[in-house]
Write a protein that binds this ligand. Structure first.
Ligand code: ADE
Length: 243
């Protein structure tokens, strides 16, 4: 049984989207993972096939009905072994590589993509939906967020990336507080008056490794002081964090 994702959405035509191309697309065609969509509207029960209604208490926008979303979840779960249910929402816990690793290691995912103002809270609680955000910004719907989450998981599946990536699998410590990547260069050695740093042309592997490490540390310190603080300083001595 390959890793199995089911997206519950009002816009199934948005899938596989970017995941139909490049490495994820090839892996999908080769059966290394499987992607289904369920049209949430197919689970509406009234004449108008309505999936949403006005918010109780008033206010702007529409809220997705709990009964309709619940029926769609039930249909997705009826297929195969139990999979975690993820609801993509800016209210969720921020996606990071630790969560990606955890989800990629499981049997797959059921992804609930909301539109409008979001889901009725009761179906989130009743189904135990795990709420996940892809960043502190608001998208027009959960579909692009679901594609981001799937992309991050699929590239970790056995056989998707080939050997190249597995070699760079980080230690536990690196995973808890990763460094940003060092900058990359290729030929030509000189372009528009800018030269590739000499050390990268030296053939001196230890010096290259040292330079890359320094560059990664400098970038992390300057751009992501939050990550840098979690490392507890330049020697990567990790500090315990509360989050
Ligand atoms: N839906 C809308 N915005 C989102 C976000 N930032 N993350 C996940 N799902 C979303």
């Amino acid at each position: 049984m390959s890793w199995h994702a089911t997206a519950l959405t009002l816009f199934p035509e948005m899938f596989p989207g970017t995941l139909g191309h490049s490495l994820a697309g090839r892996a999908l065609r080769e059966g290394l993972w499987r992607l289904d969509t369920l049209q949430i509207r197919d689970f509406a029960t009234d004449r108008h096939r309505s999936v949403d209604d006005t918010p109780c208490g008033g206010g702007a926008g529409m809220v997705m009905r709990p009964d309709v979303v619940d029926a769609a979840c039930a249909a997705a779960l009826a297929e195969g072994p139990a999979r975690p249910l993820i609801y993509l929402t800016p209210r969720g816990r921020l996606l990071d590589q630790a969560l990606v690793r955890e989800l990629a290691a499981g049997p797959g995912l059921v992804l609930v993509c909301g539109r409008y103002e979001g889901l009725d809270q009761r179906v989130i609680e009743a189904r135990g939906l795990r709420e996940v955000s892809v960043g502190d910004f608001v998208l027009s719907g959960g579909e692009p967020a679901a594609l981001v989450l799937l992309d991050a998981c699929v590239r970790l599946l056995q056989g998707v990336m080939g050997g190249a990536e597995s070699a760079t699998e980080e230690s536990f410590a690196e995973a808890a507080a990763p460094l940003l990547e060092y900058p990359h260069y290729t030929r030509p050695v000189e372009w528009q008056g800018r030269r590739v740093p000499e050390v990268l042309l030296s053939g001196h592997h230890a010096a290259v490794a040292r330079w890359r490490r320094e560059q990664a540390e400098a970038a992390t310190r300057e751009r992501r002081p939050d990550l840098w603080a979690r490392r507890g300083g330049p020697h990567g001595r990790l500090v315990e964090t509360q989050d």
